[in-house]
Design a binder for this molecule. Sequence first.
Ligand code: NAP
Length: 241
Amino acid sequence: MDANTVAVIGGTGDQGMGLALRWAVAGRRVVVGSRDAARAAAAAQAICERAGASAAAVSGRGNLEAAASAQVVVLTVPFAAQIGILQAIAASLRAGQILVDVTVPLEAAVGGAATRMLGVWAGSAAEQAAGHVPAGVEVAAAFHNVSAYALGQLAHPIDCDVLVCADRSETRAALRPWVEAIRGCRYVDGGRLENARTVEALTALLIGLNVRHRVRAAGIRFTGLPARSGGATSSRRADKQ
Ligand SMILES: NC(=O)c1ccc[n+]([C@@H]2O[C@H](COP(=O)([O-])OP(=O)(O)OC[C@H]3O[C@@H](n4cnc5c(N)ncnc54)[C@H](OP(=O)(O)O)[C@@H]3O)[C@@H](O)[C@H]2O)c1
């Protein structure tokens, strides 16, 4: 397991491939995960070709192998597939890893609108994920508000803050370098995992804004925060928010 490598489960899809591409461009090692190892290898090859000379090693693996390969494991699959994929990779996950859930529980998952949210019994998709990982695996929520379209436009920096939510401040802080590796993204300490309820719902709003204003990459920026908006990194009070 390598601390400088990120595994992207569902990295063959729009959001996962976009994140993988940006990390590859930043020189990070990326393992693309898929239910089909050949599909993962093809996606890794496509990422390498687009990222060019600056790309560090990008490889493709089946989801199980990918999930075992990195300290940070990013989950970018449709909400309807989230629990099934977590069950499928559970045997590979180990205490000390961080699972970054990017899932948005849109009504589209059950045939409805992409501008509406589903109610999730656990509170949010990220909290649901936390109920399906082995003990000692920390779950964080991040990258929900960055559009796949923007991630794919390599000539342009991303114009979006990235709220990172997790119950431990150390988990949130560990993800700062992965946010800041993506040009234009600003890390914002988003507090406890339960705040993912709000962060996930912002994505439905952003999709509606894209439609209404005929754009493809509406994002969010917060004002009034310190320049490096890490928040208080270790106080117990900060962990309760
Ligand atoms: N697209 C965006 O702009 C965006 C932005 C923010 C958040 N998100 C969230 O990120 C997640 C991924 O979005 P996406 O647009 O990248 O989705 P996607 O392209 O439809 O799917 C991503 C990957 O998930 C796997 N997958 C698809 N259907 C599956 C199923 N039924 N069972 C198991 N695995 C399945 C596939 O990988 P393999 O077939 O290779 O296994 C697929 O390439 C979603 O939860 C979405 O809400 C998306």
